[in-house]
Design a binder for this molecule. Structure first.
Ligand code: AMP
Ligand code: MG
Length: 497
């Protein structure tokens, strides 16, 4: 009999979704992971599916009935070709070292995309694993949608990031300070290898497996280094370079990760683990939104220094691989590590020049930028909107822009651009291509989450996602998404654990 709605079992047998699982991580030695199975859940339901991402990954989600998609992304009916595991890792959390591991995430395996890329497919919130310690392994709808929104916004901004393929609700409550709706996020990543993954093996003094992990990471993320002499040192240098570039990209859009523990720093150079993250409105380097970051360790302005600190922890794990001579190995690692501040500064300065339409480098640029940022800080100017205003044909009528301090800076900048009156149309359009019109403003994110959680209404979320999808274009009226909240100093984000 031919049915128009084939069962999931039939779909999987035919693999109509198009999975091509490799499971290379689970072929690594046992120490790297524990086998895991997603928990049974009561009534999975699709909350959101990222069809565009699915297309990029060569997955035919459009052909899959929603009920089947819900079962798939809740881990209830897994593709036969995957081998679910929880990855082992450790981490420095707020400076203190702990053995961790995937306590609420299950890696289904690595899917090979049509263009040959290998991506991790991970279910976050799919139930307990060997690493759950006291936790329930579950996640709530709000935090999973929050990760979906921010990761997709980061991707649209052109910043390396893990992606979000789906959020499904489980039909079961999760208990935090109150009962919340349980949900599972399907996360797609270049890999989930973290600085903390290296720390895990280093803490066990397991040099053979440490080398195996480094070799695996090199093949996966830096294949050009496979035959390099001093390949582990070059590997460290390459990871550092990606982090310097990544953190510069964060700073240039005002992104605050919120919990830059070493277990949340990916070797691939992607932004990973969207917990208490948020975007800064008024420019203030000490901005912190995370409810658990009392000391401001992960404040906006500290992010480069924290990345450097995390990379020092990474370098320490690699010491046994660099040179048999202990003094020499430390000298090698320290030599590379010392380059980080300069490297970060170079990425940041290049990005800032672009934001200001400067095509060439001149000696006074860093100072020119500093004066603008100081003025922004003194006048509580919105970071995103100020750059967007500078990219527009006419500065908006705002008293701030009439102030002599700003006028002095503005004419200096125009001189630097070598134009008279105001920045020319071509400079403005180049600037608009790097200065976003829309970022996920905290109150707009909260509004979308409240509609979802309290009213089961996905429409607010969908409108927000549409506005965030092309952040550099201002084709429609986006003023609703551009306005910062009057005073968000008291805004707090939560880990959601
Ligand atoms: P995160 O704050 O998401 O970076 O997680 C830090 C550590 O806590 C990781 O090892 C997680 O797997 C673990 N964890 C977070 N939430 C839970 C939970 N609900 N159940 C079990 N483990 C969790
Ligand atoms: Mg984490």
């Amino acid at each position: 009999m031919v049915t128009s709605n084939p069962s999931l079992a039939e779909n999987i047998a035919k693999n109509i979704v198009g999975w091509r699982f490799d499971n290379s991580y689970s072929r690594l030695p046992d120490a790297f992971y524990a086998l895991a199975q997603p928990a049974r859940v009561q009534s999975p339901r699709v909350w959101i599916l990222n069809y565009r991402l699915a297309d990029e990954l060569g997955l035919s989600l459009r052909a899959l009935p929603l009920e089947d998609a819900a079962n798939l992304f809740a881990g209830q009916d897994l593709p036969g070709s995957c081998r679910p595991i929880a990855q082992a890792y450790a981490g420095h959390q707020f400076g203190g070292f702990t053995m961790l591991g995937d306590g609420r995430a299950i890696l289904l395996g690595e899917h090979r995309t049509p263009c040959g890329r290998l991506v991790d497919i991970q279910l976050k919130g799919a139930g307990p694993t060997r690493f759950s310690r006291g936790g329930d392994g579950r996640a709530a709808l709000g935090p999973m949608l929050r990760e979906y929104i921010i990761s997709e916004a980061m991707s649209a901004l052109g910043i390396p990031t893990t992606r979000s393929l789906a959020v499904v609700t489980t039909g079961e409550p999760v208990f935090r300070s109150s009962a919340l709706r349980g949900a599972i996020l399907t996360r797609v990543a270049a890999s989930h290898i973290r600085v903390g993954t290296f720390e895990y093996l280093a803490a066990r003094h397991d040099v053979a497996n440490l080398r195996a992990l480094a070799d695996y990471a090199i093949v996966r993320h830096f294949p050009e280094l496979v035959d390099a002499s001093q390949k582990y040192l070059e590997f460290f240098r390459a990871v550092m370079d990606r982090q310097a570039s990544l953190i510069a990209r964060w700073q240039l859009v005002g992104f605050i990760h919120g919990v830059m523990n070493t277990d949340n720093m990916a070797i691939s150079g992607e932004t990973i683990d969207y917990g208490p993250c948020a975007f800064m409105n008024a420019y203030r380097p000490d901005t912190v939104f995370s409810s658990i970051d009392h000391g401001g360790r992960y404040a906006y302005g500290n992010q480069p220094a924290i990345a450097h600190w995390n990379l020092a922890r990474f370098a320490e794990t690699l010491l046994p691989l660099l040179d048999p001579d202990q003094e020499k190995t430390i000298a090698l690692a320290s030599g590379v590590l010392a380059e980080f501040p300069k490297q970060f500064e170079a990425y940041w300065l290049a990005g800032m020049r672009k934001k200001l339409g400067l095509e060439t480098a001149a000696a006074g640029d860093a100072e020119l930028i500093r004066v603008l940022l100081d003025w922004m800080q003194n006048t509580a100017a919105d970071f995103t909107n100020t750059f967007r205003d500078l990219s527009s044909a006419e500065l908006p009528a705002d008293d701030r822009y009439r102030h002599p301090d700003f006028r002095a800076w503005y004419s200096r900048w125009l001189d630097r651009l070598q134009c008279h009156g105001r920045a020319s149309a071509s400079i403005q359009s180049r600037m608009r291509a790097v200065n976003p019109t829309v970022i996920p403003r905290n109150h707009r994110v909260e509004e979308a989450l409240a509609a979802a959680e309290d009213h089961d209404d996905p429409s607010v979320l969908h409108r927000l996602l549409a506005a965030l999808a092309s952040p550099y274009e201002a084709t429609a009226d986006l003023s609703y998404y551009q306005e910062p909240q009057a005073d968000d100093c008291n805004y707090r984000t939560f880990c959601g654990t």
